[in-house]
Design a binder for this molecule. Sequence first.
Ligand code: ZN
Length: 295
Amino acid sequence: MRNSVIIALLVLVAGVVAFAAHGTHQSRSKSSEPVKPTARITKTTAPKSTAFASAAITNANLRNELTWTFGGKQQRGWYLYDLLIGETLSHHDETVTTDFAESLAKWQKKRGLSADGVLNEDALMALVSFWQSNRLKNKAYATPDQLLTAPPSDFYDPSRADELRQVERNTYAAYKKMIAAAIADPSLKLAHTAPGELAPKEQYLKIVSSFRSREYQDNLRRQSPNSGSAGLAVNSPHFTGRALDLYVGGSPVDTKDSNRAIQVNTPVYRWLVRNADRFGFRPYFYEPWHWEYVR
Ligand SMILES: [Zn+2]
């Protein structure tokens, strides 16, 4: 699939170059070929589309190969973020096309970056800062009156203890509205019982983790000391009760690229990327399961 896109782009570049060359030839022998208007159009559009076609070829490589660092860990490629990138650029198609490069260039220009349509480290870092800036700003520790204890049926693990099923009240109301909307979307085929309630056997979109007390978070950190700052934050948004880890497929909360590659391709995750914002939920780009209620 990727190869065919690259080949298509190469053919396009070759075509544009050939066409431009043909145009030059035409202007030298005007008398024999009276198709000037076409040649003139080619001359004005060719440089731009050639530039983005070449950006698209570069992007096809960077998508899998770009080396960058996040949370103290070396990262490879940005293919895991195709959907988020597309959502940010309002470009709901493949990320290795000429059209995509053109959309990216517009975004780069708005952000004061070099508008070349190439998703290099600078462009990726700008996207990451943009996503991070949209996250929860007030990280105040939840007070007991702000929390409610959600029923076991909302949880991925219904045997989870009461103190591990606490959610900030407004976040919970927004979550339930979002679940009802997801159930109402027949394309997701979510098993449900009462209107707006996920069936016990349904795993998708159930809550894996919600409010975490400082003590609980410290315990998690002790259990996986190497998770780094991209893993279990010292000042976790889960302290607010407004961060929800939702089941989006694969191993619920595993940051391995292979696991996240499964998660970002599930219909449920794709739906969240397109719809969660309507309900006040914003993503943490690095963890497909982690959503924060920001209203
Ligand atoms: Zn989380």
